[in-house]
Every structure is written in structure tokens, then in C-alpha cells.
Design a protein around this ligand. Structure first.
Ligand code: GLN
Length: 191
């Protein structure tokens, strides 16, 4: 199994660390020719969604990655990565839809500037409680019928899955718990 990690901006190294701990080979996508390598899954990290979206287009990565996501290749978006996959974004503050492959509405910087970052531990799907680190996070306001809700924090949707697309509003890569990355690995294996 090989995972590609979008590495144009943001917190990509921590994702690579988690996947490597699970025995998965990782490589970074920084420019168009990196897409020539084979890969079984893609991680869209946290960072600044407006910048990532801009670079995806400027570096001509967008079309190829969109085709791969649409064809069912597993993708895991955290925080800004969630926004890149969302069909609709509220409180967008200059962000425009990017891949727009997940039938959900996200709210950008949803917790306001006062509560920029916080930590919690909440149930996640069938995994039991998992640590959740939020950094100027979005939350998911609503989801379409194809989307499974995996976690809620304060009643707000913080993680979801639609087919081979997995998103978390928080940063599982920043905590030592590897179970969500292991879940993504299972999605890659299942394909
Ligand atoms: N607030 C950022 C954005 O809207 C996301 C923050 C993050 O990825 N930690 O792009």
C-alpha cells in the first residue's frame, strides 16, 4: 500500500508519521510529476484551505486528483482537507468549493476566533472514544443521504464518511492514537 500526502502546505508530516507507524509507504505530492507514481490513497492535510485550493490549481494537480477521487480512490481529509472535499462551505471567507465530492455542508472557522483550538475525547464510529485536537476547525453543518456521521462534538458533526471518502474536522495525526489512520488503511485495502 502506498499513500500520497498532499504536501503543498500545512500539517502533512504528521500524517506521514502515522501512516509509516502503520507500516504504510508514503510519498509527498508537491508538483505535477509526483502524480506519475502509483498510489492507493490520498491524504489532504490540515492547513489553510484557501492556499491549498489555490496551489492545487496553480500546480496543475487539481484535475488528476479530482479524477482519482471521483473514480473511488480512498481519500482522507482533515480540517482544511475536509473543506477541500465539501460540496458546500458556509462562512467561506474567500474559500470556494474545491473537489466538492462529498455531499455535505461545512462551516469554516466554525468555533470562532476565541475558541480557536481545543482538545476533546469523544466516541468515533465503532472505535470508542478517540482524542480529538481541533485547530480553527470547521464543523459539518449537514450531510446528504449517502454520508455516514462518525462523530459529534457538542452536537456538531466532526467526522463523516461517504463511500471511500473520510473526513475529520479535527487532527487525528496530532495525537498518538492511530486508529483513525488504521481505518483509512482498511479503506485502502478494501479497494
Ligand atoms: N481554518 C482553516 C481553513 O479554513 C483550517 C484549519 C486547519 O486545517 N487546522 O482553512
Amino acid at each position: 500500500m502506498r499513500t500520497a500526502v498532499l504536501a503543498v502546505q500545512g500539517a502533512f508530516i504528521e500524517h506521514e508519521r502515522r501512516m509509516k507507524e502503520l507500516g504504510v509507504e508514503c510519498f509527498e505530492i508537491r508538483q505535477k510529476r509526483d502524480l506519475d507514481q502509483p498510489f492507493d490513497g490520498l491524504i489532504l492535510p490540515g492547513g489553510e484551505s484557501t492556499v491549498m485550493r489555490k496551489l492545487l490549481h496553480e500546480l496543475d494537480l487539481f484535475g488528476t486528483l479530482l479524477d482519482r477521487i471521483r473514480s473511488g480512490m480512498p481519500v482522507f481529509g482533515t480540517c482544511a482537507g475536509l473543506l477541500l472535499l465539501a460540496q458546500n462551505v458556509e462562512n467561506a471567507e474567500g474559500f470556494e468549493p474545491c473537489f466538492a465530492t462529498m455531499d455535505l455542508t461545512a462551516r469554516r472557522n466554525a468555533y470562532g476566533r476565541q475558541l480557536g483550538s481545543f482538545h476533546s475525547e469523544e466516541p468515533f464510529g465503532t472505535l470508542g472514544n478517540v482524542p480529538m485536537t481541533f485547530i480553527r476547525a470547521p464543523f459539518i453543518e449537514s450531510v446528504g443521504p449517502e454520508v455516514e456521521v462518525l462523530a459529534r462534538v457538542d452536537g456538531k458533526i466532526a467526522a463523516a464518511r461517504q463511500g471511500n471518502q473520510l473526513v475529520t474536522a479535527f487532527h487525528p495525526e496530532l495525537d498518538p492514537d492511530r486508529r483513525i489512520h488504521a481505518m483509512f488503511l482498511e479503506m485502502m485495502r478494501g479497494r
